[in-house]
Write a protein that binds this ligand. Sequence first.
Ligand SMILES: NC(=O)c1ccc[n+]([C@@H]2O[C@H](COP(=O)([O-])OP(=O)(O)OC[C@H]3O[C@@H](n4cnc5c(N)ncnc54)[C@H](OP(=O)(O)O)[C@@H]3O)[C@@H](O)[C@H]2O)c1
Length: 163
Amino acid sequence: MTTFLIASITADGLIARHPHHLADWTSREDKQFFVEMTKKAGVVIMGSNTYETVGRPLKDRLNIVYSREKNYEGVEITQKDPAELLKELEERGYKEAAICGGSTIYTMFMEADLVDKLYLTVEPVVFGVGMNLFNKEFDRKLQLESVKRIGENAVVLEYNVIK
Ligand SMILES: NC(=O)c1ccc[n+]([C@@H]2O[C@H](COP(=O)([O-])OP(=O)(O)OC[C@H]3O[C@@H](n4cnc5c(N)ncnc54)[C@H](OP(=O)(O)O)[C@@H]3O)[C@@H](O)[C@H]2O)c1
């Protein structure tokens, strides 16, 4: 099982202004990139705050949502340890999973060393204050695999996590 973290970040490195901020600031090209990458993976994993900003299951993908108290139609709710979740997905025949945020879920998988790659789309906007990609202190080294311009104003940075 391989995993990648996929996020859109501002030029000042933030993923949202606050936990309920909608992703209405990202480019059309980035949205297309997200759909293409996550459909290829087949599984999207996110937290309930992120799911609520999306508001519906992402179609043609298995939607896994972390929550201790909520329930949504058309998604699988989980509280599993990330390693256990990935092992079960592998047993069900999935080979790749997309870690789709937010900060809490990105941090949980990164901290557990369960992220193989990062795709970060840098959008031409700054928020000044907001939510970081991660919300805990840790130290990981990355290798830059590719830089791709999408549309007029955004770039996708592809990193491998050095294990
Ligand atoms: N720019 C981007 O690419 C991008 C991508 C994704 C998200 N975002 C943004 O990120 C923000 C949300 O991030 P966030 O950190 O606040 O929330 P989040 O990671 O989306 O979800 C956090 C929630 O996940 C559940 N959870 C966390 N750990 C759990 C565990 N061990 N077991 C079971 N459930 C667990 C809890 O839900 P319950 O409270 O329901 O128990 C918790 O409140 C939004 O503004 C969203 O738009 C941005």
